[in-house]
Design a protein around this ligand. Structure first.
Ligand code: HEM
Length: 225
């Protein structure tokens, strides 16, 4: 085993991998939310944004592949860290001691699993059109796909809207802790940046939950139709 693989498989290396992949996923969530918020500028704005991706298939598939790889690495290293923590008990994992051991920090696996289940459901809904086939983008507009129409028709159904809002609560809890702990794992705490480190997670969580929940809520209230 060479030096690099030994580093990544060590517990310090695992924390770097979790931190960097977590940062990548957090950036995806922020960019994805910003794109979806275009719905406030009209259906055409969201559709133009979505069509931009489909018009560049190489870019789209590279981004999808990269995202999937980051997601899988994050998941595998989370399982590995959990297993190592189990075998090291009663010595607890360092993040529980250094950042205040909040509910969110003690339930990262639980909130992570709910996010995984949500992403599977979300892909079956908006990417593959299996959850709500009648309102799928290509059922509404066979040639180009009407992404905005699909989102609006989907969130007009209270159960679907509620499932998205509930999932955002778990995503928010995950980001609340994870949004700060990646900075700590990269060694930024204790160097005069503690206040920033401790606030990044809660601020990102609040912005993402507010932004993502606003979309099903305004559609459910028929403010956008
Ligand atoms: C209310 C919140 C959300 C809305 C309205 C929304 C909307 C959408 C839509 C419309 C698509 C399909 C885009 C297209 O067909 O061109 C999509 C894909 C996707 N969304 Fe979301 N999303 C939301 C939240 C999330 C969250 C929280 C995550 C991750 C934790 C996420 C992850 C994904 C992924 C991975 C894809 C697939 C991207 C691809 O096919 O390339 N979404 N979303």
């Amino acid at each position: 085993m060479n030096r690099l693989s030994r580093l990544f498989l060590s517990s310090v290396g695992s924390k770097y991998v979790m931190a960097l992949t977590g940062l990548g996923l957090m950036m995806f969530v922020i960019v994805h939310m910003s794109g979806n918020l275009l719905i406030y500028f009209g259906k055409d704005a969201l559709n133009a944004y979505a069509h931009n991706f489909t018009e560049h298939p190489v870019l789209l598939w590279s981004a999808r592949g990269g995202l999937l790889a980051i997601f899988l690495i994050h998941l595998l290293f989370a399982l590995r860290t959990e297993r190592d923590n189990e075998s090291a008990r009663p010595i607890r994992y360092v993040y529980e001691d250094t950042i205040q051991a909040s509910w969110a920090s003690r339930h990262m696996m639980l909130t992570g699993v709910v996010i995984l289940l949500f992403v599977i459901y979300h892909l079956l809904h908006f990417t593959f059109g299996i959850v709500d086939p009648d309102d799928f983008k290509y059922a509404i507009e066979p040639k180009e796909g009407d992404v905005a129409g699909m989102v609006i028709a989907g969130f007009q159904q209270p159960l679907i809207a509620a499932s998205y809002i509930l999932a955002q609560v778990f995503l928010g809890l995950h980001l609340w802790h994870g949004g700060s702990s990646w900075l700590q794992h990269l060694g930024l705490n204790g160097r005069g940046y503690d206040t920033v480190v401790n606030y990044v997670g809660p601020v990102v969580a609040a912005v993402v939950v507010a932004g993502n929940c606003s979309i099903p809520l305004v559609i459910l209230m028929r403010w956008i139709y």
